[in-house]
Design a protein around this ligand. Structure first.
Ligand code: FAD
Length: 365
C-alpha cells in the first residue's frame, strides 16, 4: 500500500504526463518517491477534454520514456487514447501512485516539506509540483454581465455542440482551442470568433506534416527556443503573453467554413458581448476559449512569487531548495508543457533533485 509513514525522498504532486515521466526517471535511480494525483484515474485530465479532441503531436512524439506510443507513428491519437496510454504507462512501470488525493496545502518546515490532503500528511525532502498548466480556467470578469438567456461556458467545460442552444455562437479567443471548437460548432451554428491570431504553422497539418515538418517544429520547440539561446530568451515573453501559433485549424479553414473573424471582445452591454470596435453581437451562446491561469493557492505563498510560479532554473525554485516545478509553459523551452517537451525536462530534473543523505526513515509504496 502507499501508507507512507517516514520522510520520502521526493513527493511528486500531480500524476499527469509530467509526474509520470519524472516517476520513470526516479524509479530508474531507485529513489523513494510517491506521486499524488487529484483525479480518480490516471489520464483523467485528458479524458475530461472535449469529445472530438485529437492531439496535434504525432504518436511518434507522444510516448513517455521507455514505452513508445502504440499504433501508426504518423497518426494523431484521440484524447482518450492518450489517457489510456498514460494509465497503462503508470501500471506497466508500477509507479508508486495514489489517485483521488488533491493536495490542499504545501509548506516547508526547517528540514522537510509537508503536504496535507483530507486530514492526511506526507513529508518529503524534495517536492515536485507537476499539477499542469490548465488548472484554473481564465474568463474575463465581464462574463458575469452576460444576460441569463445566453448560454456560456469555458472551453474546459466544452464537450460537444449539444451543449449549445439554437442560435449564433461567439467563440472568444483565437488560440488552438478556440479555432478547433469554432470549426466544430460552425457545422450547425452560425459562428463568430473574436480574437487576434498569434501566427500559424505554414503547412497543412496531417500525416505528411507529421513525417517532414512537425519533427522540425519539435526540434525548434525543444532545442532552439530555449532559455539557453538568445532566440528563446526573446521568444519566451511572447509565448507567455500570446500562447502558441495555430497548429491544425488555421484562419483560412475557419473562413472556408463560413466562420466570421472579428476583433477582440472588450466588454458586455445590455447583456450581450461588445467588441473593441463597439459592435454588439446578438449571439445565443458564448464559449470562452480564453485559456488558463496558475492556481498555486494551495502552496505556502512564502515559496511563490506573488502567488505565481517563483523564479526557477529549469524547474528548480531558486528561493526554496528542494522545491521543483515541471510541465509549466516555457519553463525551459517552448515545448516544456507538451508531451515531447516534458520528457526532456523530467530527465533533466531527475538529475538535479538531490538524493537525501541517508534519510533513515524508509517509505514503502
Ligand atoms: P495535467 O495533464 O493537467 O496533469 C496534472 C495532474 O495534476 C492532474 O491529473 C490533476 O488531477 C493533478 N493535480 C492538480 N492539482 C493537484 C493537487 N493540488 N494535488 C494533487 N494532484 C493535483 N500537448 C501536446 O504535446 N500535444 C497536444 O496535442 C496537446 N493538446 C492539448 C490540448 C488541450 C485542449 C490542452 C489544454 C492541452 C494540450 N496539450 C498538448 C498540452 C499538454 O500536453 C497537456 O495540457 C497535458 O495535460 C499537460 O500534462 P501535465 O502532466 O503537465 O498536466
Amino acid at each position: 500500500s502507499n501508507g507512507v509513514t517516514g520522510t520520502l525522498d521526493t513527493l511528486i504532486i500531480g500524476g499527469g504526463q509530467a509526474g509520470l515521466a519524472l516517476g520513470h526517471y526516479l524509479k530508474e535511480q531507485n529513489r523513494t518517491f510517491l506521486i499524488l494525483d487529484a483525479h480518480p484515474r490516471t489520464g483523467d485530465a485528458w479524458r475530461q477534454r472535449w469529445d472530438s479532441l485529437r492531439v496535434f503531436t504525432p504518436a511518434k512524439f507522444d510516448g513517455l520514456p521507455g514505452v513508445p506510443f502504440p499504433g501508426d507513428p504518423l497518426s494523431f491519437p484521440t484524447k482518450d487514447e492518450i489517457a489510456a496510454y498514460l494509465e497503462g504507462y503508470a501500471a506497466r512501470l508500477d509507479l508508486p501512485l495514489l489517485n483521488g488525493v488533491r493536495v490542499q496545502r504545501l509548506w516547508r518546515e526547517p528540514d522537510r516539506f509537508i503536504a496535507a490532503a483530507n486530514g492526511r500528511r506526507w513529508q518529503a525532502h524534495n517536492v515536485v509540483v507537476a499539477t499542469g498548466c490548465s488548472q484554473a480556467p481564465k474568463v474575463p470578469g465581464f462574463a458575469a454581465d452576460l444576460g441569463p438567456g445566453v448560454v456560456q461556458f469555458h472551453s474546459s467545460e466544452y464537450r460537444n455542440d449539444q451543449q449549445l442552444q439554437d442560435g449564433p455562437v461567439l467563440v472568444v479567443g483565437l488560440g488552438n482551442s478556440g479555432a478547433e471548437i469554432a470549426l466544430e460548432v460552425s457545422r450547425k451554428h452560425s459562428t463568430i470568433v473574436a480574437g487576434k491570431p498569434t501566427g500559424e504553422l505554414p503547412v497543412k497539418h496531417g500525416p505528411t506534416a507529421a513525417k517532414y515538418f512537425l519533427p522540425l517544429v519539435r526540434f525548434v520547440g525543444l532545442y532552439v527556443l530555449t532559455l539557453g539561446t538568445p532566440f528563446g530568451r526573446k521568444a519566451a515573453p511572447f509565448f507567455h503573453a500570446h500562447g502558441t501559433p495555430l497548429i491544425r485549424t488555421k484562419s483560412k479553414d475557419l473562413a472556408d467554413a463560413g466562420v466570421q473573424l472579428v476583433p477582440r471582445v472588450a466588454g458586455v452591454r445590455d447583456g450581450l458581448p461588445v467588441l473593441e470596435d463597439g459592435t454588439r453581437l446578438d449571439v445565443a451562446n458564448v464559449i470562452w476559449c480564453t485559456g488558463y491561469r496558475d492556481d498555486f493557492s494551495w502552496i505556502d505563498p512564502a515559496m511563490l512569487d506573488d502567488g505565481a510560479l517563483p523564479t526557477q532554473q529549469r524547474g528548480a525554485a531558486v528561493g526554496t531548495p528542494g522545491l521543483f516545478f515541471l510541465g509549466q509553459e516555457f519553463m525551459y523551452a517552448a515545448a516544456s508543457a507538451t508531451l515531447p517537451g516534458v520528457c526532456r525536462d523530467a530527465r533533466h530534473l531527475a538529475g538535479r533533485i538531490p538524493a537525501p543523505v541517508s534519510s533513515g526513515a524508509a517509505a514503502s509504496a
